[in-house]
Design a protein around this ligand. Structure first.
Ligand code: ADP
Length: 255
C-alpha cells in the first residue's frame, strides 16, 4: 500500500441512499448518509430497530449496493461492481462476524476457521497452519479439534473471530457480535475485537445495541429512521444509551 492509500479513509460513504419497495410502499432505509471510517479504527452503528443499521452494514461489507451516492471501501468504488465482482472483492477484503456465530457444526474449530482459505491458492498444510495461528490469536490454542457444540457461546464467537481474521482482511464487519452472549462473555468479545484493532491495526465496523460497546469503540454513529444523527442529536442518543445502561463513558475506552 502506498502512503496516499494509507492516509485515505478505509470507508468513504457519500450521500448514500437505499430504499426498498414493499408492496405499494417505499421504505427509505437509508437517506443521504455521508460518513468516513478511518483505517485502523473501531466504530459502531447504533440506533433503534428499523433505523437502517443492517442496511448500512450490508453496504459497507459489499453484500448490497446503494441506489444513490458513492461507496468507496478499501480503495474500490463498490457501486458499479457486478455480483461476482462484489463476491470476489468481499473474499479479499472483508471478514464477517455474526450474532449466532454461523459455525459449521460437523467441522472442528480448526476446519471452521480454515474455510475462507479454500477460496485462496494455499495448500492444505498452509491453510491448517494459518487457521491454528488465528485460533491461537483469539486464545483458543487448546480447542483446535473441538466441535462447536462442545464450546461455550463465548468460545464459539472466538472461533468466528478467528475465521474473520484468517484471510487478513482490511475490514472486520460484525453484526450484533455480543447479542447472544452473557455479560462476561460479551465484555470479553468486545475486548478481543479491541485487541484486533490495537495489535493488528484492523478496521472494525460493528452493529450493536450493547451499551458496553461505547467503552471500546473509537466512535459510535447513531442512526434514526434511516438518517445519520449528527452534532447534539448524536450526543443525546449516546447519552441516552449510557444512561439506560447505568453510566459509563466513551472516554474510558480500553486501550
Ligand atoms: P435495523 O438494522 O436498524 O433494524 P434495517 O436496516 O434492517 O434496520 O431496516 C431498515 C428499514 O428497511 C426497516 O424499515 C426495514 O423494515 C426495511 N427493510 C430492510 N430490509 C428490507 C427488505 N429486504 N425489503 C423491504 N424492506 C426492508
Amino acid at each position: 500500500m502506498n502512503e496516499d492509500a494509507a492516509s485515505l479513509p478505509l470507508v468513504a460513504i457519500r450521500v448514500v441512499s437505499r430504499h426498498y419497495t414493499r408492496g405499494a410502499d417505499e421504505v427509505h432505509a437509508l437517506q443521504s448518509i455521508s460518513l468516513d471510517i478511518a483505517r485502523g479504527s473501531f466504530v459502531a452503528f447504533m440506533g433503534p430497530s428499523g433505523s437502517g443499521k443492517s442496511t448500512l452494514l450490508n453496504l459497507v461489507s459489499g453484500i448490497d449496493r446503494p441506489d444513490h451516492g458513492e461507496l468507496m471501501v478499501a480503495g474500490e468504488l463498490l457501486n458499479d461492481l457486478s455480483e461476482d465482482e462484489l463476491a470476489a472483492w468481499r473474499a479479499r477484503h472483508v471478514g464477517l462476524i455474526f450474532q449466532f456465530f454461523n459455525l459449521i457444526p460437523v467441522l472442528s474449530a480448526r476446519d471452521n476457521v480454515a474455510l475462507p482459505l479454500l477460496l485462496t491458492k494455499l495448500d492444505k498444510r498452509e491453510r491448517r497452519s494459518r487457521a491454528e495461528t488465528a485460533l491461537r490469536v483469539v486464545g483458543l490454542a487448546d480447542r483446535l479439534d473441538h466441535h462447536p457444540r462442545t464450546l461455550s457461546g463465548g468460545e464459539q464467537q472466538r472461533v468466528a473471530i478467528a475465521r474473520a481474521i484468517v484471510t487478513d482482511p482490511d475490514l472486520i464487519v460484525a453484526d450484533e457480535p455480543t447479542g447472544d452472549l452473557d455479560a462476561r462473555n460479551a465484555e470479553d468479545i468486545l475486548n478481543l475485537l479491541r485487541q484486533m484493532k490495537n495489535e493488528f491495526g484492523k478496521t472494525i465496523v460493528m452493529v450493536t445495541h450493547d451499551p458496553r460497546a461505547l467503552r471500546v469503540v473509537d466512535q459510535a454513529f447513531h442512526l434514526d429512521k434511516g438518517v445519520l444523527l449528527e452534532g447534539e442529536a448524536a450526543d443525546r442518543a449516546g447519552a441516552a444509551i449510557r444512561l439506560a445502561a447505568g453510566g459509563g463513558s466513551v472516554h474510558g475506552a480500553a486501550s
